[in-house]
Design a protein around this ligand. Structure first.
Ligand SMILES: [Fe+2]
Length: 218
């Protein structure tokens, strides 16, 4: 474990009962979004919309919201990340939180495509001259329309040294998304589906660590 980047939250692994619900209600919707995305943009990894009620009524989703509340933080919404099996983003990125802002942290619960996945971090974030603003379109499964999105990506010409830290096959966790990071799916064999919760107000990473330590999570 490296508290600078990644904090496992193993109690958020879905239970057997929660997995039944996820497989029936969430996975098919996420796979549909994934197929739309890959058809239009090729095999890749990206965030897509999911109906909030679908996740809020899921036991794990409820527990994710309770966890955020017990830390004294404000939940904003759920999204789903989908990734094509074997996709490898060769360069790191920083997550966006609205135009010109990095997202400090995310609470993630992966559902599919865990085996073979690897997450890596570098020490720098959006201030790194190799990190550029990224404007893109994202599929909104509710409105069935493409909408504007904002994030950061690496300058395609930039050279990156080896990552500062990596973890293989991460489970439920807090990830520090304001630091340059990269998800490698080149050893995965199924569509990656990762449920992510975003916060209403950014929490500085050291404060998040303090809150988690105060509750005995790390
Ligand atoms: Fe990210």
């Amino acid at each position: 474990m490296n508290l600078n980047y990644h904090i496992p939250v193993p109690f958020l692994w879905p239970t057997e009962e929660e997995l039944v619900y996820a497989n029936e209600k969430i996975v098919p919707v996420a796979e549909d979004s994934a197929k739309n995305l890959f058809e239009r943009l090729g095999p890749k990894f990206d965030k897509t919309y999911i109906d909030q009620a679908l996740v809020s009524e899921w036991g794990t989703g409820k527990r994710m919201k309770e966890h955020i509340a017990e830390l004294g933080l404000l939940f904003k919404n759920f999204s789903v990340f989908v990734g094509a099996p074997g996709a490898r983003s060769s360069k790191p990125h920083v997550d966006g939180a609205g135009l010109g802002h990095a997202m400090v942290a995310r609470l993630n619960v992966p559902l599919r495509g865990i085996k073979g996945s690897r997450l890596s971090w570098w020490k720098t974030g959006a201030e790194d001259p190799r990190i550029l603003e990224r404007h893109f379109e994202e599929w909104n499964a509710r409105t069935k329309q493409w909408q504007r999105g904002f994030s950061y990506l690496s300058d395609p010409e930039a050279e990156w040294e080896d990552p500062d830290w990596s973890i293989d096959e991460p489970g439920p966790c807090w990830n520090r998304t304001e630091k340059s990071h990269r998800l490698d799916l080149n050893n995965t064999t199924e569509i990656r589906i990762n449920i992510t919760a975003e916060l209403m107000q950014p929490v500085p990473w050291p404060n998040l660590i303090e809150k988690l330590q105060a509750k005995g999570y790390c």
